[in-house]
Ligand binder design. Structure first.
Ligand SMILES: [Zn+2]
Ligand SMILES: [Zn+2]
Length: 241
């Protein structure tokens, strides 16, 4: 069965690339893969998420699964708005399943707590909960170009998450995108992270959300060949694997 290309559409981000989409602190993206559609994170404000999805031409009813990266308001705020419209399965980090699972079920979804690496559909994976402090799960997509890793805030550290993916999948992520959480990082720290990602074998980066303007500028400057601009309205298309 031809399931078409893998498509990532950024619906909620601190920046926007389209005038009819509203930027706001938070993150959400729609992923079309393996003939299915999922929503990764839900932004901070439900109404804003729904408005952006509408202007992107994405009907919430077409969402078959919702993935929550971690239990922070800027990633979970849209749950109560989107789940009643799609009654989707909602993959939540097991350590926060008490609170998030209850919210998901109340909103009409089905809570699926995730501990370790898990597959949602063929070629669509969750890393499982990572990190010592704020537990967070990331999404891994198998594409014709390579593995695509999508992070919410990357609280466990974007390099740690990418390294874990390389260990678990036997190859480094080809593209890493999402929040890298480097707002407070020094220029030297960001440089070290860029070098570490390159050394792991990562080819492209799309720093968004909480990465911070300065860090994003640094990625763009120091990794010009691999930089992807992230913001509301950004669509990335990869061949299916
Ligand atoms: Zn966070
Ligand atoms: Zn965040």
């Amino acid at each position: 069965m031809d399931s078409g290309p893998v498509t990532i559409t950024v619906a909620y981000d601190n920046r926007t690339l389209q005038q009819d989409l509203t930027p706001d602190w938070g993150f959400a993206c729609v992923v079309d893969a393996a003939g299915h559609r999922l929503l990764f994170d839900t932004g901070a404000k439900g109404e804003l998420l729904l408005a952006n999805l509408k202007n992107l031409g994405i009907a919430p009813a077409t969402v078959e699964a919702v993935v929550v990266s971690h239990n922070h308001w800027d990633h979970t705020g849209g749950l109560e708005s989107v789940l009643p419209l799609c009654t989707a399965r909602c993959y939540v980090p097991a350590s926060a399943a008490g609170e998030l699972g209850t919210r998901a079920e109340k909103a009409g979804g089905t809570s699926v707590p995730v501990t370790g690496r898990a597959s949602i559909w063929p070629g669509v994976w969750l890393t499982g909960e990572l990190g010592e402090g704020i537990k967070e799960q990331s999404l891994v997509l198998e594409t014709g170009a390579g593995l695509v890793l999508i992070t919410g805030c990357a609280h466990p550290g974007v390099v740690n998450i990418a390294r874990r993916v390389k260990e678990d999948f036997g190859q480094p992520p080809w593209l890493v995108l999402g929040g890298f959480h480097l707002g407070g990082a020094s220029a030297e720290e960001v440089k070290r992270i860029i070098e570490a990602l390159k050394a792991l074998g990562v080819a492209r980066v799309g720093p968004g959300h909480c990465t911070g303007d300065e860090a994003i500028g640094q990625f763009q400057q120091q990794w010009p060949g691999g930089f992807e601009q992230i913001g509301c309205g950004r669509v990335l298309k990869m061949e299916a694997k």
